[in-house]
Design a binder for this molecule. Sequence first.
Ligand code: TRP
Ligand code: SF4
Length: 327
Amino acid sequence: MERKRILSGMRPTGKLHLGNLHGALMNWKELQKDYQCFFFIADWHALTTEYKEPKAIHEYILDMVIDWMSVGLDPEVSTFFLQSAVKEHAELHLILSMITPLSWLERNPTYKEQQQELENKEIGTYGFIGYPVLQAADIMMYKAHAVPVGIDQAPHVELTREIARRFNFLYGEVFPVPDTLLTETSKLTGLDGRKMSKSYNNAVFLDDSIEEIRHKLSQMVTDPQRARRQDPGNPEVCILFPFHKIYSPQERIDEIERECPRAGIGCVDCKKWLIEKVLDALKPIKEKREYWTQRLPEVRSILKAGNDRARTFALNTMEEVRQVIGF
Ligand code: TRP
Ligand code: SF4
């Protein structure tokens, strides 16, 4: 039996950090086992907000492929591609734009939020309000059955479902109506306790050096109530503890839960244990990054092979689309 297909993408607007790793990427890695996967770099989507500095987008593209491979996504198993290398996305976007009521886009919650949040970026553009239509084209092009995304992207998949239904109603059953596979958001916060994000300057990046990672983690704030060694602490409010839950063995986690609230262990030790575990876990990833960074031509050809595979699929879909519309 043919495996179900999923598709997901990331905008190349910055380096990947531990939040991305334990949010999207580990989830994608698991999904590789059960689904036929298309993972792509949404450079046209990046252009919607970064159109004034488009050159920066290109710096992140190969880096993103390297990060994906370094954490265990396998380009032999999944198809990696670059959105702008498959021009059919633009054609499908255009066609879908004809059947998408403006009111669906205007009530999109992420549209309103982002307009306010990114007001310095002047995104009152045609492309920006059409962002979810392009996303629908990405998803529908590969006839995806499901789309793994974080909660912030769920409204976009919902819109895709509506657009797919409308297309099928108007022209015939061409597209599956894709399910949302909600990715659990990363439990890891940034070093200061806020959401880990490159714009808050509180993230540990996959390409940080060992020394940088050590330094950054050593700056993390622990339970603020625990000013002195003899004060009892509370792992549930300490931002270190979620990191232990990911990186430390169960005995250590149990020990912290037992000893921290009765001041049986100190934060300095607790942090030392953590740093070693994080470094252990990141070492193989960093080694693979190193390996691929020295082989950029090979990375380029891996992406190119993925582009070709994606394009073949896309060409088939577009033939069908043109046919049912009568073009
Ligand atoms: N909008 C997504 C994000 O910002 C990226 C994206 C573009 C995407 N097209 C997609 C995600 C299709 C899933 C499916 O994260
Ligand atoms: Fe946090 Fe560990 Fe200190 Fe407890 S002992 S407050 S878990 S750093």
